[in-house]
Design a protein around this ligand. Structure first.
Ligand SMILES: [Zn+2]
Length: 542
């Protein structure tokens, strides 16, 4: 492989021994030299390809430790129902109708990201979706991923009539007259779009059954948006047989878009233990990481578990009884797994902490337990994080997307302490940044911007005192994110010998006003020493 030197940029290395540099040289997939331009050019030798970065910021490729890669790939080819593009039931119907016009009759139409809390007329109904099409079954996923609205064709397709009973862990919402509104909650969604795997009550089941060739080609098509955003490694935080089969087949073909770490869901604990499998295991392109558990539900869906009710009297739901969660997590740690537990509300946080204490007691000081989303830990809980070495996996895009809604539902006191990243840093933790894509944008600079700005889409503050600096945010999306994946020895910083994942952002981000950070994409992205993306050029000619 050829030698490439990137120079003329402002290199932010994330290597404490050598924080800033003028140039980076890579060879054979690894970083060869980082430092002053003359020394780096000398190390590269004659014949190296030189890329002039033109004063742009040069960083290690972004690491997204909570990014549903395959689901994102599926969502990129589905109807985008996110706000503000879809701001009303009427907008939604128009988009579905347009999709129906180009989709063969009988095929499913899937839409993602609906935020009906922002719709002036409230929740759309199946009757409204019926106006879009009666020839296609339609399912529109709520932004939380835990609810959906479907049309009558979808209900008919699955033989679901007015007499349907609510399944355990889910419900079909009915109107005052007792008729199905088309809104389906949690496990009831599985009765609509059949799922490919049985995950029991271990989490929301969005592992829907779609043709494998289709999934594989969608996955490959997602390379461009990921690389354009500067992402070179993701961790898929909820993997079942369905995802692993697709990732493995793409890995085998050399077409996996970015380095991929998988977190198998806890329903597989016994099977994986029975064959002696635990993470980290795999190679630099595809590997097992931590095991994923669910504690409570979601903030947006009203199912997060708080000590005090919120919104319209939501009290929250749990996936496991607290003592069961402790047992599961302890058994996973005993089998060698790092653990990550989805937890939002403060009461749930207490249950998760009990489980993590059990894990750390088994795994020891370097357990690196993760808390996914980590919505509302109390100050006392943040102090407990410090004693256990907990890694809060923050997703500030939600504060931007839904902050106004959170203030309304949770009240000022709690809403402004959501994802208390400043407090976590001050407690000596290494909180990380992630997107939770497909639920939110996969672009790291949006996430970075939202961690720095702590503002809602409407422009109001959302926990301004929890804001972090640009440097801290970049660190949380590179080397500290790599630490959360137990990969900080190979990725996350630019130092000789590390894998050559480099992003040249299309700006000098340190000189940009905070308001402009979110618009920044990659100018060039290098994955494993190969230039995989260049702004303005097709994938075939980079
Ligand atoms: Zn997620």
């Amino acid at each position: 492989m050829s030698t490439i030197v990137i120079t003329g940029g402002k290199v932010i290395t994330m290597d404490p021994a050598n924080p800033a540099a003028e140039a980076v040289a890579v060879r054979d997939g690894r970083v060869l030299a980082v430092g002053r331009e003359p020394e780096v050019l000398a190390a590269a030798g004659p014949g190296a390809e030189v890329v002039l970065a033109g004063g742009r910021s040069v960083l290690p490729g972004f690491v997204d430790p909570h990014n549903h890669l395959l689901s994102t790939a599926e969502s990129l080819v589905a109807v985008d129902a996110r706000y503000p593009g879809v701001g009303s039931a009427r907008d939604l119907v128009a988009r579905i109708a347009a999709e129906a016009a180009r989709t063969p009759a009988g095929q499913w139409i899937r839409a993602y990201g609906m935020d009906d809390a922002k719709f002036p007329g409230g929740r759309p109904t199946r009757r409204q979706l019926d106006e879009a099409t009666t020839d296609h079954p339609v399912i529109v996923y709520h932004v939380s991923g835990h609810q959906a609205v479907v049309n009558s064709a979808a209900l008919a397709w699955r033989g679901i009539g007015e007499d349907v009973a609510d399944p355990a862990g889910g419900a079909f919402v009915r109107d005052e007259g007792g008729r199905l509104t088309g809104m389906v909650l949690d496990s009831a969604m599985e009765l609509l779009l059949p799922v490919a795997v049985d995950i029991g009550c271990h989490g929301p089941n969005f592992h829907v059954d779609l043709p494998r060739e289709q999934l594989r080609s969608w996955l490959e098509m997602s390379a461009e948006p990921y690389l354009k955003a500067g992402v070179t490694t993701v961790c898929d935080p909820q993997v079942s047989r369905r995802e692993l089969e697709i990732y493995r087949s793409a890995w085998d073909a050399g077409t996996l878009p970015v380095r991929t770490v998988v977190m198998p869901l806890s329903h597989m604990l016994d099977e994986l233990t029975s064959i002696g499998l635990a993470g980290p295991f795999g190679d630099d392109r595809l590997r097992f990481g931590a095991m994923k558990f669910y504690c409570d539900g979601t903030l947006l869906g009203g199912t997060a578990m708080f000590d005090e009710p919120y919104g319209d009297d939501f009290t929250g739901t749990l996936y496991h009884r607290p003592e069961e969660l402790v047992d599961l997590v302890r058994r996973a740690a005993s089998a060698g797994w790092q653990v990550g537990v989805h937890t939002q509300g403060d009461r749930a946080m207490g249950y998760t902490l009990d489980a993590l204490k059990a894990a750390v007691a088994v795994s020891g000081d370097d357990a690196r337990p993760r808390i996914e989303h980590c919505g509302h830990p109390t100050p006392a809980q943040v102090r407990e994080f410090a004693s256990l070495g907990v890694i809060p996996v923050n997703q500030p895009n939600f504060l931007y997307d839904s902050g106004t809604d959170f203030v309304r539902r949770l009240g000022d006191r709690r809403a402004h302490r959501l994802q208390p990243m400043r407090e976590e840093l001050d407690a000596g933790l290494r909180p990380v940044l992630s997107s939770d894509s497909f639920v939110s944008s996969l672009r790291p600079m949006e996430t970075v911007s939202n961690a720095v700005r702590r503002r809602t889409r409407e422009g109001g503050p959302i926990g301004a005192e929890q804001a972090v600096t640009l440097e801290e945010a970049l660190r949380a999306h590179t080397v500290d994110a790599a630490y959360a994946l137990r990969m900080e020895d190979v990725i996350g910083s630019l130092a000789p010998g590390k894998l050559a994942d480099v992003v040249v952002l299309d700006a000098d981000v340190r000189s940009l006003p905070a308001d402009e950070l979110s618009g920044v994409d990659a100018w060039l992205t290098m994955l494993g020493g190969r230039i995989a993306y260049r702004s303005g050029r097709a994938a075939s000619e980079v």
